[in-house]
Ligand binder design. Structure first.
Ligand code: TXA
Ligand code: MG
Length: 319
């Protein structure tokens, strides 16, 4: 059920239930971090492996003290700059944070979502919310209440409707390795913005066999339709000319395309922010359009363009 009844959402959470939660990045599957029943249900519903930890959502920077210890000054600086917002920090966890939430890790992932409804809800309850993105493991993240409802219709009591997500891609995940700042996952805050505050960041090593953050797994967020990520859109269109194709483009339509092609521009106004906000919803739509192939062009390699490219590479079969 999709509903905007925030009091009902709070009641379900207090009774150890799980709801679809709107945030500015993507919708989450949310439950009380201290409820073993709720957390187990999140893993079960999402079909998520138990070794993959969840992000904890809090309502204020003061609440960070109830979740994390030994917080480095640079973490506080990043938090005060970007919270509420699409930045997740990996910090040493307090003993009181259940191991189930952190999958046995000594660190906890935490953020304050920048969404008025999520914040109002967090103010109605006296516990933080653990929430992974509300998609079955490996599938496209949801940016509308309808996406969550389609994925989990009969499995969760409600999806709290907060409209379309304004950022539209997941939070950026940052951790700390002694004095170094480590970028684990590209997301709604660009690398350049982080480096503006923290100086040069170290990239988490993707070739690590046991990825710390499975957002770093190479195949992720994928539609069911094969997706080709390309540097040369015209050539790729030519290669698949006899196929039913969907073109995912930044700001300009292609003049001569095969008759059976559909084109989707993410931002006619040339805004990477707008393109990021529309990315997943457009992928959801193309995925439902009965196509043989989705061909996505490379976005400009700067700021959120880098983030969009990263997500498209993970969604593609040619990575
Ligand atoms: O924007 C977001 O971050 C959304 C909204 C709902 O907040 N949530 C989200 O959660 O994307 P999820 O679970 O789909 O992605 C969280 C990532 C996972 O790759 C997980 O492995 C990683 O964060 N993660 C969580 N806790 C971690 C930890 N202690 N150490 C390393 N990685 C961690
Ligand atoms: Mg996810």
């Amino acid at each position: 059920m999709i509903s905007d009844n925030i009091n009902l959402a709070a009641t379900i959470l207090k009774e150890h239930g799980v709801i679809g939660l709107p945030t500015e990045t993507v919708y989450g599957l949310a439950g009380n971090i201290y409820s073993e029943k709720a957390i187990k249900e999140i893993f079960y519903v999402k079909q998520r492996p138990l070794y993959n930890p969840l992000i904890v959502h809090i309502k204020s920077i003061e609440d960070l003290q109830t979740i994390a210890v030994d917080i480095p000054p640079i973490a506080i600086e990043l938090a005060t700059t970007f919270w509420p917002g699409p930045l997740t920090l990996l910090l040493p966890k307090k003993d009181s944070v259940p191991d189930l939430v952190t999958a046995g890790k000594q660190t906890v992932a935490v953020r304050i979502p920048n969404h008025p409804i999520a914040l109002s809800l967090l103010n109605l309850i006296d516990f933080p919310l653990a929430a992974p993105s509300a998609n079955p493991f490996g599938m496209i993240s949801p940016t509308k209440a309808q996406h969550v409802d389609e994925y989990f219709k009969n499995q969760i009591k409600m999806v709290l409707d907060g409209g379309a997500c304004q950022t539209g891609i997941e939070s950026t995940i940052i951790g700390f390795d002694n004095t170094e700042v480590v970028l684990y996952r590209l997301g709604g805050i660009s690398r350049e913005e982080i480096e503006g505050i923290a100086g040069v960041v170290k990239l988490f090593n993707k070739n690590n066999k046991a990825p710390e953050a499975p957002g770093m797994l190479s195949k992720h967020y994928a539609p069911s339709t094969p997706l080709l990520f390309t540097d040369n859109i015209e050539k790729s269109i030519g290669q698949f000319a006899d196929k039913k194709m969907g073109l995912l483009l930044f700001n300009k339509a292609i003049d001569s395309v095969p008759e059976n092609a559909i084109q989707r521009l993410l931002s006619q106004g040339n805004s990477l922010k707008e393109a990021a906000a529309k990315l997943y919803d457009t992928l959801h739509q193309l995925d439902k359009s009965n196509l043989d192939i989705i061909i996505a062009e490379r976005f400009p390699d700067v700021g959120l363009g880098n983030v969009i490219n990263d997500k498209l590479i993970r969604a593609s079969y040619n990575n």
